[in-house]
Design a protein around this ligand. Sequence first.
Ligand code: BTN
Length: 247
Amino acid sequence: LPSLSPSSLDFSIQIFDQVSSTNETLWTLVADGAPPGTVVIATRQTAGKGQRGRQWESSPGGLYLSVALAPNLNARDALLLTLCSAWGLATTFRAYNIPVSLKWPNDLILEGYKLGGILTETKIHQGQITKAVVGVGINWSNPVPETGINLQTFLGDRPHPEITSLEMLAALTLWAVASGYQTFAHQGVGTLLPSYQNLMVGIGQPLVVEGSTGVVLGISNTGELRVRLNESLRSDPNSPFTGASTP
Ligand code: BTN
């Protein structure tokens, strides 16, 4: 089992009105000695970061939160930090009757729309992850693009005494990330990954990447997406699927 830190729910939270990115602010704090468990939350971000270098729209009303961790994990297992956090969030929301699913690797999906996402960043020393920042963005009452949904819209008139404010959502999110991380720490990938796969959207559906297609099968025992390639693509050395794991 990986040795992960912190091993208890010992968070120390710093709240900011405006930052460029909560991940960036947290890395600065970590460089100045802030321990694992340090959390940065901001009302808004001016340069929120999404996956693949994208911008994350970060107007007030959304949750922008980053958590510092010190996992002792092999560098190639960085993906697992994103997967365990996403899993923790989906299972926690489900416990509150909010049927969140996962789009591999880092999207939180609600009723087919994007509710939020995760951006994990790591520092690596001699092939090991020494420090990590897990950044979570969740749409609460902020305006969202057409492909998005915010939680307040979903909750509408449904009774939801557990989540009535952004602060409560922040507390739940921290609890969820800790729960995913600790499940990973205590039970390893053997429990986490099959359960993650059960929460995935898109299995059996075609996947189009840069004009090429395959079918999503699930995830492998290292957390990678398993895709069955269309025959014609298997031999194409320029295919974006080259290197993807296949059955
Ligand atoms: C994605 O789905 O593309 C990941 C989005 C991650 C956004 C969050 S908001 C808090 C943290 N700080 C950032 O700059 N990004 C993450």
